[in-house]
Design a protein around this ligand. Sequence first.
Ligand SMILES: [Zn+2]
Length: 260
Amino acid sequence: MLARLFLGVLLSTLIAFFAWRRRSLSASGALAAAAVGSIIWLGGGPIWFATLGAFFVTSTALGHLAAASKQRTKREFSKGDTRDHFQVIANGGVAALAAALMYVSADARWLYAFAGALATANGDTWATELGILSRGEPRSILTWKPVARGTSGAVSPLGLAATVAGALLIGTIASFASGRPWRVVGVAVLAGTIGSLLDSLLGATLQEMFYCRGCARACESPQHHCGAAAERTRGIIGFSNDLVNFTATLAGAIIAAMLV
Ligand SMILES: [Zn+2]
């Protein structure tokens, strides 16, 4: 068990270190990612770890790939491309919890919960990174009225296709850890898609939003990128984009466990 733990910590720390060097993760984000990776390796094993790796590698690559075309949009709405510990835990925390529970009591249900959580995180990330490239105007999931690209709660056909594809990739890799691979794939796609849609719905309703008067722009944090303080326009106080992501991945995990 010690050798296994050592290998997991070593691999996770190495990957987190290189991500920090490339500025894909902040220092706190790298620490959190190393912890998440170690727990998933120890509780689930190499296939679980590879599933996490697929999320990490594809979301980072898509972020860089789409960066040029969405530079303007991204700056208006969210944090930069360097992820901090809040973002890491928002996306990988529930998956790590499922792996920890697998370590405590080996039950197939935890694998489904793990896959559902990561399928949600990956589906949502792919939709955000690729949906922003959509040519048509995205619509609000709530009012179905056209909204600006990159707005929380904006959905488009391309974004939805990206969600399903992102969830499918996670389900496919995770399926190698199960004796019933097709079931894992199906559950991950369903739970990941529902979880991602819930993410959009929460983003359009309960997530807190702000407005920077100086720039005349809506944003997701109380301090706009220009440095000025932004005023709150709606949402539950403290229900940030990170908390929305965490809630959605938790929902994805619960839905997946219930579908089994
Ligand atoms: Zn501003």
